[in-house]
Design a protein around this ligand. Structure first.
Ligand code: ATP
Length: 384
């Protein structure tokens, strides 16, 4: 069993002159045997440092890392039985693909040459690079080089794979193909995998679960849909999803949430769940806002708006709106996603409905989610 456990793992860098940087702060996560966990977060949040501690390339300031039952804090990288794939393919330029893939096995195992050759051939076939075995890296495309780098990790048959942004040097189309392929290979091999990316789309589409880091602190670990629909806090809500969730900073005043641009009446059952908090961030996803071309919808949660910008993305349009009666110099803007077939232009007057069942409310003091959207219709996500 090769479960990978991080128990309160911390990394403090000492920058000299007494300056300390807490790059990773007491991270607790267990990656199940065979699981694909994506570690995601903005630049500088501590993703690579976490991965490098698991690999043994960085010392651990505090906490424990276990692979199966084995505490590996002080085990050398070579003895951890973990294979790492980087953004830069790090292939040996003077060696052929075959030699690049064989090298690690020749150096670190007692395997016979024939056995190594067979494993390399088999893996190359699985990766679709069997025709390239006698070429040098300089004779390969970026995608082919990345396949070789992955193949080199796979032949080692490790207990765990660590991947640090392995697809980011590829063009968008190839990246999408490689995402699916990597998932298929990982599933076939069943090897516990930690995959680092700053790209939330990659996290959403690839991970069995995702772990979201910010400023070295783990914000949430869950399935992609859990993190999308039931974020723990405002950071996760804003980080996961493209276009991002819309946020309005509001205050509870009587029965409504208000700010300079909007007054949003709160149904009693939502108000009752808000404890003593008075200042909130109201969040709503762009696809949850209903969009009416004409002034046909009336009611407390309908708002007359003016179209500012329309961003066509093919199957959908991202429409930037402002409230029609907001005449402040810096009006509140929000995004609605509508079908790409609908014709909307800048300056159009429209109506946006923000349904109470779709809103999220975050405590302004600490960003904690007090209410997430209702999930009656989403499979596999526990309703909150
Ligand atoms: P990116 O996506 O940009 O690679 P990341 O999430 O992988 O970022 P890390 O490289 O893990 O982030 O860095 C986390 C924090 O630790 C950053 O603030 C970084 O400046 C700091 N850091 C990393 N390495 C060192 C070091 N050797 N000395 C001092 N600080 C460091």
């Amino acid at each position: 069993m090769t479960e990978l456990t991080l128990d309160e793992v911390t990394k403090v860098f000492n920058e000299g002159s007494g300056n300390e940087v807490v790059a990773v702060d007491s991270v607790d996560v267990t990656i199940d045997d065979g699981e694909f966990l994506v570690l995601v977060g903005p630049s500088g949040c501590g993703k690579s440092t976490t991965l490098r501690m698991i690999a043994g390339l960085e010392t651990i300031s505090d906490g424990e890392i276990r692979l199966g039952d084995r505490l590996i804090n002080d085990v050398s990288p070579a003895d951890r039985d973990i294979a790492m794939v980087f953004q830069s393919y790090a292939l040996y330029p003077h060696m052929t693909v075959r030699q690049n893939m064989s090298f690690g096995l020749e150096e670190s195992t007692e395997m016979l040459d024939d056995e190594i050759a067979a494993i390399v051939e088999e893996t190359a076939t699985m990766m679709g690079i069997e025709e390239l075995l006698d070429r040098k890296p300089s004779e390969l495309s970026g995608g082919q080089q990345q396949r070789v780098a992955l193949g080199r990790a796979i032949v080692r048959d490790p207990d765990a794979f660590l991947m640090d942004e392995p697809l980011s040097n590829l063009d968008a189309k190839l990246r999408a193909t490689m995402r699916t392929e990597l998932q298929r290979i990982q599933e076939d091999l069943g090897v516990t995998t930690v995959y680092v990316t700053h790209d939330q789309t990659e996290a959403m589409t690839m991970g069995d679960r995702i772990a979201i880091l910010n400023d070295g602190v783990l914000q949430q670990v869950g399935t992609p849909l859990e993190c999308y629909h039931t974020p723990n806090n405002r950071f996760v809500a804003g980080f996961i999803g493209d276009p991002s969730m819309n946020f309005f900073d509001v205050t509870l005043s009587g029965d409504s949430l208000t700010n300079e641009s909007v007054t949003y009446p709160l149904p009693d059952e939502i108000r009752a769940s808000l404890d003593e908090a008075t200042n909130f961030t109201l969040g709503v996803r762009p696809e949850d806002i209903e969009f009416h071309d004409k002034q046909t919808a009336f009611g407390d949660h309908n708002f007359e708006c003016v179209v500012d910008v329309v961003e066509p993305v093919g199957e959908s349009n991202n429409v930037y709106l402002r409230f029609a009666d907001d005449d402040s110099p810096d009006p509140e803007m929000f995004i609605v996603t509508i079908s790409g077939m609908r014709n909307v232009s800048s300056g159009d007057r429209v109506v946006a409905t923000i349904p109470p069942e779709s809103i999220h409310l975050f405590d302004e003091r600490n960003g904690h989610a007090l209410k997430n959207r209702s999930l009656g219709d989403v499979d596999g996500v526990a309703s909150t």
